[in-house]
Ligand binder design. Structure first.
Ligand SMILES: NC(=O)c1ccc[n+]([C@@H]2O[C@H](COP(=O)([O-])OP(=O)(O)OC[C@H]3O[C@@H](n4cnc5c(N)ncnc54)[C@H](O)[C@@H]3O)[C@@H](O)[C@H]2O)c1
Ligand SMILES: [Zn+2]
Ligand SMILES: [Zn+2]
Length: 446
């Protein structure tokens, strides 16, 4: 049995905590009669095992708690975080779990206690499921809600839990995701933001995650006027973090990666500098290059938008394969040694557990502030980000390389993973989507 499924069995044996106020482990309406509409069916993308996803036909979800909202999905996408699920790096997946944590749509049905939303309203969901009332939710730190995830292994490993999340394994509560035609949203009036008419789905969708995450990475790590910012990972999160750094007054932004995405960046953001680490000369490293580019001292802010599963050298590759660590320390060490003394480093790319060979000496001696940015608290930012879209200050469509159909999403996962066909952020349409908004890439079918 794959590690991911074995961990879920262990969780079942241990039993959940008693903190959650919404039902756990409802990852596919097909798994229980109580969770499904009696007659209607829908298509969805399900995890079927390590490196395997499939489009399945399952019952449409039903309202099971009074504050549930059923959303008819009109836009969805794939995140770099979904690759950690595909690879089985994030644990506690079960065969058939419906994935997807970024989606928008139309309210289809509301539970009896939903007061703020009505059938027919256009909405976007936050990737995290928050109760709206606990200690963290009162401060809008919705990603750390205390009442939507009762996972015991996460609590033991981390000394605390995150909120529940859509389509993100039983480790974060076990909720069916939004890469589907319908999704059940617990605490619907907390976790859905109405979209105004002047914001098309093609832009509003990205309030679910990528916009809030990259904005949070920038403000939480402390980017301010005149800063020099280095960003590891030129995926959608890194690109938007670069854009937001400039909006927040950074005077220079340098992006580090090793593929065609750097060209994509150069094309769209002519002011951003790049380092392709695969093309460094003998004796050169990302750290030496950054020092050379930045007065011999390096950037004062570094942000990790890649992930702990991407080992660079054989040593960490084998340590991870043998289970001696879950994440490589190479990128974080590179950030620490590259950053100017007393500068700050933020980690937004996903890290799952433990790492070896961490350069604690450089961190301590040179006064580097290392910040875990956390799963981003979407509710803290999504209203102001929506305003920035309306005012034309940000254009989320800049990231979008493809428009695809939900029916093709399994193939899209593999292409996104392999970084084929210039694919990065996709807009996934369903049979309920409106015609493409102006500026959207035309539909690609597979
Ligand atoms: N904290 C949060 O709330 C949150 C939310 C969303 C996504 N994320 C995470 O942010 C990360 C980025 O997301 P994305 O959608 O842009 O992912 P992505 O997979 O599309 O992009 C990641 C990029 O990192 C690059 N990369 C890999 N190893 C590298 C290295 N050693 N140095 C520099 N670059 C390297 C890859 O080539 C790729 O272009 C992912 O780990 C994702 O899980 C975090
Ligand atoms: Zn995500
Ligand atoms: Zn809460």
């Amino acid at each position: 049995m794959a590690m991911s499924q074995a961990a879920f069995k262990a969780e079942q044996a241990l039993g959940h905590g008693d903190n959650a106020t919404t039902a756990q482990d409802i990852t596919n309406p097909a798994f229980s009669k109580e969770w499904q509409h009696p007659t209607e069916k829908m298509k969805a993308l399900a995890w079927m095992g390590k490196n395997k996803v499939e489009i399945v036909e399952v019952p449409k979800p039903a309202v099971i708690e009074p504050r549930d909202v059923i959303v008819k999905v009109t836009g969805s996408t794939v995140c770099g975080s979904d690759l950690h699920l595909l690879h089985g790096v994030v644990v506690e997946l079960q065969k058939g779990d419906i994935l997807g944590h970024e989606f928008c749509g139309v309210v289809e049905e509301v539970g009896s206690d939903v007061t703020k939303l009505q059938k027919g309203q256009r909405v976007v969901a936050s990737f995290q499921i928050a109760c709206g009332e606990c200690y963290y939710c009162k401060q809008k730190l919705s990603s750390q809600c205390e009442r939507t995830n009762s996972n015991t292994i996460e609590n033991a490993m981390y000394g605390g839990r995150t909120a529940g999340m859509f389509g993100y394994s039983h480790f974060t509560g076990g909720f069916a995701g939004g890469q589907s035609e319908y999704t059940r949203v617990p605490y619907g009036d907390v976790n859905l933001l109405p979209l105004p008419d002047d914001v098309p789905d093609e832009k509003g969708l990205f309030l679910s995650d990528v916009l809030a995450t990259s904005w949070h990475a920038v403000v939480d790590t402390g980017v301010k006027k005149g800063d020099t910012v280095a960003i590891w990972g030129a995926g959608p999160i890194g690109q938007m973090a670069a854009d937001f750094s400039l909006i927040n007054g950074a005077s220079r932004v340098i992006m580090i990666d090793a593929n065609w995405r750097l060209e994509y960046v150069k094309d769209r953001y002519p002011n951003i500098e790049t380092i392709d680490f695969s093309k460094l000369g003998k004796g050169e490293s990302v750290t030496s290059k950054l020092k050379e580019m930045c007065d011999g001292r390096g950037p004062n802010i570094s942000i990790e938008c890649a992930a702990g599963e991407y080992a660079k050298g054989w040593a960490h590759y084998f340590e991870m394969m043998l289970g001696l660590e879950t994440d490589t320390s190479e990128l974080v060490n590179e950030m620490i040694t590259s950053t100017r003394n007393f500068g700050s480093c933020g980690i937004t790319g996903v890290y799952v557990g433990f790492t070896n060979h961490f350069n604690i000496g450089s961190l301590m001696e040179r006064g580097i502030r290392l910040i875990g940015n956390g799963q981003a608290p979407v509710h803290l930012y999504w209203e102001s980000l929506l305003k920035m879209i309306q005012e034309g200050k940000i254009d989320p469509m800049k990231m979008v390389s493809h428009r695809v159909r939900l029916e093709d999403l399994d193939k899209v996962y593999y292409k996104f993973d392999a970084k084929e066909d210039g694919m990065q952020k996709v807009y996934v349409e369903t049979r309920f989507s409106q015609p493409a908004a102006q500026g959207s890439p035309s539909l690609t079918t597979y």
